[in-house]
Design a protein around this ligand. Structure first.
Ligand code: FE2
Length: 323
């Protein structure tokens, strides 16, 4: 049994109108809407549900206020789903049945978060990504690199939660769902991937001193670093506020751009994370600002001026012209 990735996440917030604008600007497609919830899809069919917990039954959240209420993971076949059911049956909050038209099994993880598993309904995506010209590999010949007017995220690539017991969380996802450890902050943080072969992390659990369970961020995979930058510029132009970025993570090598999300936590565009196999040995890092970001733009780039926030837009035809 192998977990393939994230199928669906559900945010709970009373303000559906703001979320409707936010996630449309983010680049998701609205596929269902009523007074109590919005359903968006990423390019491969991965779903982002935003529901009003006062008007729609949702699993209990792990913190007050707008946040994630549930994460649904995918497996390949009904037989694998039955295997998951057998493993989760003794866990707190075990459920099994049809939810939103999908056969799902689920429980509550050690952090108090509702999780479910279903047979994957994500579609293969056929997208073009940038080729890169490096000293020893020319991946783009007679061809301009892409410039993106906006992002269209492929899927939800990872979720990150604050926890009060990182060891219990790591044990749960490894023993019951087959996750593999990628890297750690000793006693503080666990970067976990769904399977030995895959992107650097699908789940990161972070235990800050005295911390309580909560949502840190949800990250959306885009094609390449150019879409991180072009998508972030466009999203910034829509008026949404950067938390940090663009920048680059030393631990996964990914390029990132984080924005504040009115539906809870932060939201991230990212691309070019490390791909790992069973041969990968987990490393240990002491947490710190240069471990989180090799470099980053605080406050972001202004989508209109295309410069650091607060700077004037460039003028003139050439950069050397005096103004
Ligand atoms: Fe992230």
């Amino acid at each position: 049994m192998t977990i393939l990735g994230i199928e669906e996440i559900t945010y709970g917030t009373a303000d559906l109108a703001t979320s409707a604008r936010f996630f449309a600007d983010w680049g998701l497609a609205l596929v269902e809407q009523d007074d109590t919830r919005l359903v968006f899809e990423c390019l491969n069919g991965c779903r982002v549900v935003v529901a009003d917990p006062a008007r729609r039954a949702l699993p209990k959240a792990i913190e007050d206020g707008p946040t994630l209420h549930e994460v649904v993971w995918g497996v390949a076949t009904p037989a694998e789903l039955a295997e998951v059911a057998a493993k989760l049956r003794a866990q707190p909050g075990f459920v099994e049945g049809t939810f939103d038209g999908q056969a799902r099994v689920g429980c509550t993880d050690p952090n108090g978060l509702a999780i479910k598993v279903q047979v994957s309904t994500k579609r293969p995506v056929d997208v073009q990504s940038a080729g890169f010209n490096t000293w020893n590999h020319k991946g783009r010949i007679d061809q301009r690199a892409p410039f993106y007017e906006r992002a269209t995220p492929i899927e939800v690539g990872h979720v990150v939660f604050f926890t009060d017991n990182v060891a219990a969380g790591e044990a749960f996802y490894r023993e019951l769902l087959g996750f593999a450890p990628s890297d750690r902050y000793p006693q503080r943080g666990a970067f976990l991937r769904c399977a030995p072969e895959g992107g650097h992390h699908d789940l990161f659990l972070l235990q800050v001193p005295g911390g309580k369970p909560g949502l840190n961020h949800v990250a959306f995979t885009v094609r390449d670093i150019h879409e991180v930058f072009g998508g972030g510029l466009a999203f910034s132009r829509c008026g949404w506020e950067t938390q940090l970025g663009p920048g680059r993570h030393p631990i996964s090598s990914a390029y990132f751009w984080y924005f504040k999300n009115p539906a809870g936590g932060l939201i991230e565009y990212y691309a070019d994370e490390d791909q790992l196999t069973a041969a990968w040995e987990p490393r240990e890092f002491e947490p710190g600002p240069t471990v989180f970001a090799e470099w980053a733009v605080a406050g972001g780039l202004d989508g209109h001026t295309r410069r650091q926030k607060g700077l004037e837009a460039p003028g003139g035809k050439f950069l050397t012209e005096k103004r």
